[in-house]
Design a binder for this molecule. Structure first.
Ligand code: ATP
Ligand SMILES: O=C(O)[C@@H](O)C(=O)CO
Length: 425
């Protein structure tokens, strides 16, 4: 294995696995596998990039550090010469972490500093300019992310926000330097390291910027960022003759289908609205779940009764409804109960023969994937930017795990078609 990724959630892991599989500008990608947690076995010999999916975004910082160091140890044992710490393109974190503590712990473990920190993902509208994160034409703090149920993002100055999470100062490499190209970026990161800055926010407003940053980091033992930070990395290995750039084929998985949504993002709620206009949907009431009136039995019955018509069960709600539920029951309690409900439902559905499963939301996808005993996941075609088809050979199912904010209006239907093999890329 050449390249190892430690991803702080499951949808984020498939997002970066997608980038690594596809590469940039027709250069080809790396043969990539996604793992659910730290594997207890070695990677298959043909895997060039391994992505370890953790559920470490919203756990206490010490726990996130411990999980990430365990993932690092496994990836190093597989021979990786470069590590990427993947977090969210909307920098989902709190003043306590976990981007800063994990980033610094990994840097210390591999013995480096001046490590790039760049959440930019221009294909989905996330850009970093003058150290500020934008989502399309809005600052992060006005993008809807200020209402996120677990990691509300209220400061778009991500250098200042990251500094709250770190022990060391945080550097900044501005767009003016990035636009001078790879050598200038490399020099700026080295300067950052000599100033004692373990992490440095790097501006990127286009894929070309990210490709240049990738080139600058060809020899860096560690990078951190959104999936965009991986854009230029396959090309480095291919240019050195270490990887072939050939993608593997994908055979679709037709068969019974289910869609589960726990994401409360504006994008997911819009996609549910579109889907509901021509497919059966089940709205899950948090009050009913908390009182034990709605259980996995109800979700399974609904989905089974609507097989063939793309049934969708969702708990997704408006920011006001989420805030009210959290006030009434507690943030962790609601999230825990809903995660468990979706996990239980998915386990039963797959045991009963569901072959295509679409899940919306990073935390929700993490709960579902952990419950399914999926084994190593192969990466298939792209459904939409940041969302590939995933194939579990062990369970003979195809999945799409969608980050809350990703996908176009018809995402759910597009995803089911892609899982059946109707879309190729
Ligand atoms: N109606 C609801 N009320 C309160 N919390 C909810 C409700 N529905 C879902 N949740 C919780 O909100 C969280 C949503 O997080 P999740 O990561 O699944 O989606 P997301 O944040 O939109 O996606 P991503 O992390 O990929 O951006 C989950 O923990 C889920 O259990
Ligand atoms: O980077 C992103 O936006 C996604 O891959 C993600 O991590 C959301 O959970």
């Amino acid at each position: 294995m050449l390249l190892g990724v430690i991803a702080d959630d499951f949808t984020g892991a498939s997002d970066i696995a997608n980038t690594l599989t596809r590469g940039h500008n027709g250069q080809g990608g790396l043969a990539t596998a996604q793992y659910i947690g730290v594997p207890d076995h070695d990677a298959a010999p043909d895997v060039e990039a391994g992505v370890v999916s953790l559920k470490s975004r919203s756990v206490p910082a010490e726990e996130a550090v411990e999980l990430s160091l365990a993932a690092l140890a496994w990836l190093q044992a597989q021979g990786c010469r470069q590590i990427v710490f993947k977090y969210c393109s909307t920098f989902d974190s709190t003043p306590e972490g976990n981007i800063g503590p994990v980033g610094e712990a990994l840097a210390k473990a591999v013995g480096t500093a001046g490590v790039v920190a760049c959440p930019a993902f221009p294909a989905t509208g996330r850009t970093v300019y003058q150290g500020h994160l934008f989502v399309h034409d809005r600052l992060l703090s006005e993008s809807g992310m200020q209402n996120h149920p677990l990691t509300p993002m209220t400061d778009p100055d991500i250098r200042r926000f990251l500094r709250k999470q770190t022990q060391d100062d945080v550097g900044l490499v501005l767009a003016a330097t990035v636009h001078q190209g790879a050598d200038a970026i490399k020099a700026a990161l080295q300067t950052s390291a000599t100033h004692g800055e373990t992490l440095a926010i790097v501006d990127a407003i286009s894929d070309a910027d990210l490709a240049e940053i990738g080139k600058a980091c060809a020899d860096a033992p560690l990078l951190t960022g959104g999936s965009g930070i991986a854009l230029g990395l396959p090309g480095n290995f291919i240019a050195r003759g270490l990887a072939s750039g050939k993608a593997a084929g994908f055979a679709g998985r037709p068969g019974p289908e289910a869609i589960l949504a726990g994401s409360c993002s504006g994008a997911t709620r819009g996609q549910i609205g579109v889907h509901a206009s021509s497919h059966p949907v089940l709205a899950i009431s948090v009050d009913d779940v908390m009182a034990g009136r709605t259980t996995a039995d109800d979700l399974v019955s609904f989905i089974t009764a609507n097989e063939g018509n793309a049934p969708l069960a969702y708990s997704s709600a408006t920011p006001e409804q989420v805030a009210e539920a959290q006030r009434r029951y507690g943030r962790e309690e609601v999230a825990g109960r809903l995660d468990a409900l979706f996990a239980d439902t998915a386990r039963r559905l797959v045991d009963d023969g569901v072959r295509r499963l679409v899940v919306a939301g990073g935390e929700t996808s993490g709960a579902v994937a952990q419950a399914l005993d999926l084994g190593d996941l192969a990466i298939g075609p792209e459904v939409s930017p940041g969302v590939p088809v995933l194939v579990s050979r062990r369970r003979n199912i195809a999945l799409a795990l969608k980050s809350g904010n990703f996908g176009g209006p018809a995402f759910f239907n597009d995803a089911l078609r892609a899982l059946a093999g109707d879309i190729r890329s």
